[in-house]
Design a protein around this ligand. Sequence first.
Ligand code: COA
Length: 163
Amino acid sequence: MDYEIRSTRTEDIPGIVNLYAEATKLMHRLSPAGFGERLGEPIDVKKEQESFSQALVDKGTVILVAEKDGEIAGFVMGVIENYPDDLLDSPYLTIQYICVDERFRRTGMGKALMQEVERWALCKGITNLDLMVWDTNTPAQSLFRRMGYVPLDIRMGKKLKGK
Ligand SMILES: CC(C)(COP(=O)(O)OP(=O)(O)OC[C@H]1O[C@@H](n2cnc3c(N)ncnc32)[C@H](O)[C@@H]1OP(=O)(O)O)[C@@H](O)C(=O)NCCC(=O)NCCS
């Protein structure tokens, strides 16, 4: 596969938001029964573009893209967390998003994005990383396990019946 993993430029933001919109639809399909209804609504493209643009200028945030034939084929975003945590020494890097275009999945792009973001963390002297992944998202869990991530905690949810 011929693609380049590189830092994000402002002109990449629309491509990133397209991937984010696709990932949101997938997450809606993967939502546990009774949860995540809001993910079924179309995203506010302008708002998301502003939010990623803001993240791009934030020194504690890293966004890397995989560019293939001039297209944004994947991206990963991580945020440095500075507050104390019981399980991880801070500062640590939280991977907030990773997404690869459906057409290019299972070609090693997700792994390459993760490796590059880990390299970025090491350059900053950060050796701890974490991320959240849904219980139903087996492809992503497989990638993260393959990359050496281990489960740390389990999030549980309950909805109370109103009056
Ligand atoms: C998760 C995701 C980023 C993986 O990207 P990818 O480019 O397909 O992953 P890679 O090709 O680098 O896969 C690396 C390894 O991860 C594992 N893996 C990835 N996808 C898998 C799948 N669908 N089933 C089983 N294992 C999988 C495999 O071990 C794979 O190695 P192999 O292909 O040699 O067997 C991609 O599926 C995606 O964008 N999903 C939608 C967004 C998402 O769920 N993001 C994570 C939210 S927490």
